[in-house]
Write a protein that binds this ligand. Structure first.
Ligand code: NAD
Length: 300
């Protein structure tokens, strides 16, 4: 069977490497993005470009979104020249962005009314996972639509159908990110304490990584992006802030207390205010270093 024609709206840190993998797997691709440089790079790699989300949708059977925030997804779907201005019968929209459960429900309701099949499918695994095709894909929606998308999902990573309702994928994703950022935040605090106490942070990380304090933060983010002071993990603090806010909003709506989660969000807000939303998530350690008067892995 012929491969579906793909469209991708949003070819930033995540969308661009996913696009490249899909083209390497033989999919034809039409892209659009506000950033002309990002479009030019993918066109040079073999993609077609289209001026608007509507034009991408016209050219594609399956439209993928990899956009920063729920508001932007809403505008791309329902604004002038948006996806919803095109007849949706026979077309599927897959939202790979992190938009929270409420955003996913609104997207599915609005686009289903125009005849589209909608699959909520946020991803985890970062830019490295997008490049290597090792993302976790957290889909929710119609099982038959999910099955039909399976070959494409497998180019990107490991797909899971977490439930039948729009928003269940998003709920899974924002919970995962809360766990991930909580581990990074508390490991950052511990390393600042270790530095202040005169311990060598590299030795400390080696010990933690064979002890019960181990996490993805201690295994990967801290050694690769903090101890090297490169701070180029590739995920913006502003977007992480949005993810944890979405998680806490859902917890609030469902009446679930989030004592630790609230602290994580406060620390993110401080880092966001001090460093700007474009700073790398791994820079969350910097306000803690400043308060303590030490630099982890640096001279103090
Ligand atoms: P990014 O900011 O690098 O990329 C977003 C792209 O969308 C940019 O190229 C931007 O120009 C484009 N864009 C913005 N508004 C647009 C519009 N109206 N029309 C067309 N294009 C528009 O963000 P990212 O890091 O690639 O993240 C994308 C999504 O994936 C976010 O929802 C994020 O939370 C999620 N995510 C990111 C990571 C990561 O590690 N970077 C991991 C998992 C999930």
């Amino acid at each position: 069977m012929a491969l579906p024609r793909l469209g991708i709206i949003g070819i930033g840190r995540m969308g661009a490497p996913m696009s490249r993998r899909l083209m390497e797997a033989g999919y034809s691709l039409t892209v659009t993005d506000r950033n002309a440089d990002a479009v030019a790079k993918l066109v040079a790699a073999g993609a077609a470009s289209a001026p608007t989300p509507a034009a991408v949708t016209e050219a594609a059977d399956v439209v993928l979104l990899s956009l920063p925030t729920p508001d932007i997804v809403d505008a791309v779907a329902f604004g002038a020249d948006g996806i919803g201005t095109v007849a949706g019968a026979g077309k599927t929209v897959v939202d790979l962005s992190t938009t929270g459960p409420e955003g996913a429900k609104a997207l599915a309701a609005g686009l289903s009314a125009e005849g589209f099949t909608v699959v909520d499918c946020p991803v985890s695994g970062g830019v490295g996972g997008a490049e290597k095709g090792t993302l976790a894909l957290m889909a929710s929606g119609d099982a038959a639509a999910y099955e039909a998308l399976m070959p494409m999902f497998e180019v990107l990573g490991k797909p899971f159908l977490v439930g039948p309702d729009p928003g269940m994928g998003q709920m899974t994703k924002v919970m995962n990110n809360l766990l991930s950022v909580a581990a990074l935040a508390v490991t950052s605090e511990a390393l600042v304490l270790g530095q202040k106490a005169g311990l060598d942070p590299k030795v400390l990380v080696d010990v933690i990584n064979v002890s019960s304090g181990q996490s993805n933060a201690s295994m990967t983010k801290i050694p690769k992006f903090v101890l090297t002071r490169s701070f180029d993990f590739g995920f913006a603090i502003g977007l992480s802030n949005k993810d944890i806010r979405l998680c806490l909003e859902s917890a609030n709506a469902l009446g679930v207390p989030m004592v630790v989660g609230s602290s994580v969000l406060e620390l993110l807000k401080i880092a966001n205010a001090k460093l700007g939303g474009d700073a790398d998530l791994t820079q969350i350690i910097q306000p803690i270093e400043e308060w303590a008067g030490v630099t982890v892995g640096g001279e103090d």
